[in-house]
Design a binder for this molecule. Structure first.
Ligand code: ZN
Length: 286
């Protein structure tokens, strides 16, 4: 249990708490994707790759710039932990922190996924989400979060008094990335980063602010689709938590594979060009 506060509230506590919040990053000045232009080319797509991500395991696959990638729930309610890399430079990768700061805690239709500094640019744009009807539920939960980090054996070790579990998303991603790139496990593991939790339903409890999960509303046939803004390497784990209705980091949950499809559009979106690297000059005031 977290300790309760011990400092008496000041007399103007209510007034201080009543201050209206302001958005940290007003995004009016952010160049927004032309969603209509992306969606206009979705009717004429050629399937070029299909990858199965086994339950309690992970897989890697390339998505060339200008292609669409769909993550599909094919057999049963299942959460996927997604990493995205620049296919030519693994140092550039999905940055969930800034993606969250700019879009919110959960991502969906029209949101851009950003890479880390100093590259910081949109690397993918979400172009379809069959769960976009969900919005936020009465608990403050929503789907596709960029707040969870990924289940990992180190946290499990701390929380379970020394437990050893080898099929957390972090380990699954590490094995798959190592196999795909030929890197040793130890080197591969440091490339694994905080994930987009595809299909996972999460939020923060209103009273204690704790990260919660609940059974994913995803059903077979649902999918999340994104457009690759640069050449990407995707890597995704089918979480050992299954639909994340009870627990992860164990073999007790019902788990299912996930499917990935990569599509090449016959035409490119109108006026689309792959985003350049971030324009900050990197001199940091010197
Ligand atoms: Zn997981």
């Amino acid at each position: 249990m977290k300790p309760k506060g011990i400092t008496p509230a000041p007399q103007d506590a209510a007034a201080r708490k009543a201050v209206t919040p302001v958005i940290c990053y007003p995004v009016e000045s952010l160049p927004r994707p032309d969603l209509a232009a992306y969606r206009a080319v979705r009717d004429d797509l050629e399937l070029v790759d299909r990858v199965m991500v086994p339950a309690r395991d992970a897989a890697c696959w390339p998505v060339p710039a200008g292609h669409f990638c769909r993550i599909l729930c094919s057999e049963g309610s299942q959460v996927g932990d997604l990493n995205l890399f620049n296919a030519h430079d693994f140092n550039e990768r999905l940055y969930t922190g800034k993606t969250r700061a700019l879009n919110g805690t959960h991502v969906g239709l029209g949101d851009q996924l950003f890479s880390n500094m100093p590259y910081l640019r949109p690397i993918a744009t979400i172009t379809h989400d069959t769960l976009d009807w969900y919005g936020f539920d009465e608990f403050g939960g929503s789907v596709h979060d960029v707040i969870g980090t990924r289940c990992d054996p180190y946290t499990h070790n701390l929380l379970s008094n020394g437990g050893q579990y080898h099929y957390c998303c972090h380990s699954n991603l590490t094995r798959a990335f190592a196999k795909h790139t030929g890197k040793a496990l130890a080197e591969a593991s440091v490339h694994i980063h905080d994930v987009l939790n595809v299909f996972m339903c999460t939020g923060f409890t209103r009273d204690s602010g704790q990260y919660f999960m609940k059974a994913s509303p995803v059903r077979p046939g649902d999918y999340l689709e994104f457009f690759a803004e640069i050449d990407l390497l995707g890597c995704m784990s089918a979480c050992p938590g299954g639909d994340c209705s009870s627990e992860h980091s164990s073999d007790t949950a019902a788990c299912y594979p996930l499917e990935v499809e990569v599509y090449k559009p016959v035409r490119q979106p109108r006026a689309w060009t792959s985003p350049a690297l971030n324009g900050y000059d990197g001199t940091h005031g010197l």
